[in-house]
Design a protein around this ligand. Sequence first.
Ligand SMILES: C[S@@+](CC[C@H](N)C(=O)[O-])C[C@H]1O[C@@H](n2cnc3c(N)ncnc32)[C@H](O)[C@@H]1O
Length: 295
Amino acid sequence: MAWIQITSIVAETEAEPLSDALMELGALSVTFAETGEQEIFEPDIGTTPIWQQTRVLGLFDAQINSAECLLGLTQLMPELSPSQFKVELIEDKDWVREWMDQFQPMLFGENLWIVPSWLPAPNPAATNLLLDPGLAFGTGTHPTTAMCLGWLDNNPPVSKSVIDYGCGSGILAIAAAKLGASSVFATDIDPQAITATLDNAQRNQVNLQAGLVKEIRLPTSELILANILAGPLAELAPILSQHLQIDGQLVLSGLLVSQAETLIACYQDVGIHMQLVNQHEDWALLVGVKTAKNP
Ligand SMILES: C[S@@+](CC[C@H](N)C(=O)[O-])C[C@H]1O[C@@H](n2cnc3c(N)ncnc32)[C@H](O)[C@@H]1O
């Protein structure tokens, strides 16, 4: 199976009209993407990202006459010239296979391996976490997950009670359990994350409790791991503090280095003294201790 993809980079105001024109000419799907020239991180709280330029991609059946289609597009959008469109033949791939081939065993810290559940462990004597992320976030390839895993390997939570808040695939919760935690609770707002976490826990033969934020009753714990974006982390400060014991540790990632100061101030307000302890590709890892009761 193959497809024809017609792509154009247009001004933000032209993206919607071009999408309509592509659909009118029979596109099976239209996708908007950034152009790659402007980096878009998480927008500031309360703002919407604006792309000055948008890449619009229309996917057509391979049988269409692309020259006729381009003519139609320039009639519907006279402000665009034919040279502004790129036409490509896209071969269908086994996308699942492709993704699986790219996910290889990875070592974090000295001894913690994340091993795709369909591959053998490179070092059977190490701490091996067998993982199939399913539809949830968290394979260890993202810098934020990687920094949390490295921190856990260096600071194994032996005999500690742990909460993984925003568990995704369950990668941090299961790593904590494998590294000696006495109890682990994992929670998320996404049902796919809970399914993936429970599946991965079973695959690794570790005991943990997992449930949606709105359903689970979380205990007060000695360590909380939360790898979520800066906006939700700021909003969650009182809740995470409520579930953290005095002298308990909080590990936060998912925020950018440029957002660290704001987050540190939010957590100071709820009695947790956070510090920037690592950074990778603009992403930050904050670790702190709760020194005061919830105000
Ligand atoms: C970046 S992923 C992290 C997954 C995994 N813990 C890791 O480190 O790779 C963030 C997860 O937080 C969840 N999440 C987002 N907002 C949340 C909130 N307010 N409360 C709980 N979970 C949330 C998302 O559904 C997602 O699974």
